[in-house]
Design a protein around this ligand. Structure first.
Ligand code: NDP
Length: 326
C-alpha cells in the first residue's frame, strides 16, 4: 500500500487569496514549500493525485546528500513533505486542471483543482517531467524496482557485476551506458537507428568502451521476467531483417528522452520547442509576473533530485522577493 494512504489528509482550508500556491510535489515542489513556509507564507501545495513525483517509483536513492546509507525514494519524499509541513505548508491532493494567470504584476492568479477555484498572489510551477516509455510488453510490469528503470545514474551501483541493457541513442543513453559500464559486468546499448543523436564525444566514449556492446539498428520488443519475477532478459529485433535476439539482462535502462509536464500552462507561460518552461536568465521567474518554475519542468539536462530541490529553493526565494515588493 502506498505510504500516501496514511498521510493523504482531507483538503486543507483554502484561503480567499493564497500568498503562494505550489503545483507539484517532487523534490522541487516540497523544497519550494519548505522555504516559503519558513518565510511565513503558509504555502499551499497542490500535490496531484500521485504525490511524490518520480522518486515515488524509485527504490534506493544513494545520491541525495545527507543519507549515507541511501534512502528509499518514497521515504525521502515523505521526509521532504513532513519537513515542509512542519513549517506551515498545507496540501491539496488534487490535480490542477486549469489556470488563468493575471498579466498585471500584483494581481491574483487563479487555478482550478478538480473544479475547486484557488486564487494566489504567487504561483510556483513544479510539475516535473515524465520519462518517455517504450510501451512494449513487460515494461510496466517489470518497472518499480524489478529491473526496468529510467535513471541509471541513480541505480547503476545496484547492478554491480550484472548484465545490463540501455535503450536510446541520445546523450542520456550514452551517459547511462558509460555510468553503468563502471559497475555492471556487461552493457548492451540498443538504438533504433544506425546513427546516434548523441554528441560525437559521448558517442566516441561509448564506442571505445570494451564493456559496451552496441546493437543498431535494433528495437526492443519486450522485457521478460526471470524465475524470481524480476527482469531476466530483453527481447530485441534487428530492424533490417526482423531477426530476434534474447539478451540476458538484470537491469534495463530506458533513456529515450523526457517530456516536461507543462501541458497545463502551454500557451500561457513561455515554453521552449520541447515544452520546457523558460525562466529569465539567472532566476526562476517565468515571463508571467508572479509565476515561477523549477525542477525538471525547467531542466532538460541534470534532472537530479538534488538539483530539483535546489531550484525549488531558488523559486521560493524569488517568489518571496516578489511578494515582498508587490
Ligand atoms: P534525446 O531526445 O537527445 O534523445 C532521445 C533518443 O531516444 C534518440 O536517440 C531517439 O532516437 C531515441 N528514442 C526516442 N523515442 C524512442 C522510442 N520510442 N524508441 C526507441 N528510441 C527512441 O534525449 P536525451 O534524454 O538523450 O537528451 C536530452 C537533452 O539533454 C539533449 O539536449 C542532450 O544533449 C542533453 N543531455 C546532455 C548530457 C551531457 O551533455 N552530458 C547528458 C544527458 C542529456 P532517434 O535518434 O532515432 O530519434
Amino acid at each position: 500500500m502506498s505510504i500516501w494512504a496514511n498521510v493523504a489528509a482531507p483538503d486543507s482550508e483554502v484561503r480567499a487569496v493564497e500568498d503562494v500556491v505550489i503545483v507539484g510535489s517532487g523534490p522541487a515542489g516540497y523544497t519550494a514549500a519548505l522555504y516559503a513556509g519558513r518565510a511565513a507564507f503558509r504555502p499551499l501545495v497542490v500535490e496531484g493525485l500521485a504525490p511524490g513525483g518520480l522518486l515515488q517509483t524509485t527504490e534506493l536513492v544513494e545520491n541525495f546528500p545527507g543519507y549515507p546509507q541511501g534512502v528509499l525514494g518514497p521515504a525521502l519524499m515523505a521526509d521532504l513533505r513532513a519537513q515542509a509541513e512542519r513549517f506551515g505548508t498545507r496540501f491539496l491532493t488534487r490535480l490542477v486542471d486549469r489556470v488563468a494567470f493575471a498579466t498585471a504584476a500584483g494581481a491574483p492568479h487563479r487555478l482550478w483543482a478538480d473544479g475547486r477555484e484557488i486564487a494566489a498572489r504567487a504561483v510556483i510551477l513544479a510539475m516535473g517531467a515524465a520519462p518517455r516509455t517504450l510501451g512494449v510488453p513487460g515494461e510496466r510490469e517489470l518497472g518499480g524496482g524489478r529491473g526496468v528503470a529510467y535513471c541509471a545514474v541513480c541505480e547503476a551501483p545496484l547492478y554491480a557485476g550484472r548484465d545490463t541493457i540501455v535503450i536510446g541513442g541520445g546523450d542520456s543513453a550514452m551517459e547511462e551506458a558509460l555510468g553503468l559500464a563502471r559497475h555492471a559486468r556487461s552493457v548492451v546499448l540498443v538504438h533504433r537507428r544506425a546513427a546516434f543523436a548523441a554528441s560525437p564525444i559521448m558517442r566516441e566514449r561509448v564506442l571505445a568502451s570494451a564493456k559496451i556492446r552496441v546493437l543498431t539498428p535494433y528495437v526492443v520488443e519486450g522485457f521478460v521476467a526471470g524465475d524470481d519475477g524480476k527482469l531476466g532478459a530483453t527481447r530485441v529485433r534487428r530492424v533490417t531483417d526482423g531477426a530476434s535476439e534474447i539478451i540476458a539482462s538484470a537491469g534495463a535502462f530506458v533513456a529515450i528522452g523526457h517530456t516536461p509536464s507543462s501541458t497545463l500552462v502551454r500557451g500561457v507561460v513561455e515554453t521552449d520547442a520541447r515544452g520546457y518552461i523558460v525562466c529569465r536568465p539567472g532566476s526562476r521567474e517565468t515571463n508571467v509576473p508572479g509565476v515561477f518554475a523549477c525542477g525538471d519542468l525547467v531542466d532538460a539536462r541534470y534532472r537530479q533530485a538534488v538539483t530539483a530541490a535546489a531550484s525549488g529553493c531558488e523559486a521560493a526565494l524569488d517568489a518571496q522577493r516578489y511578494l515582498e515588493t508587490h
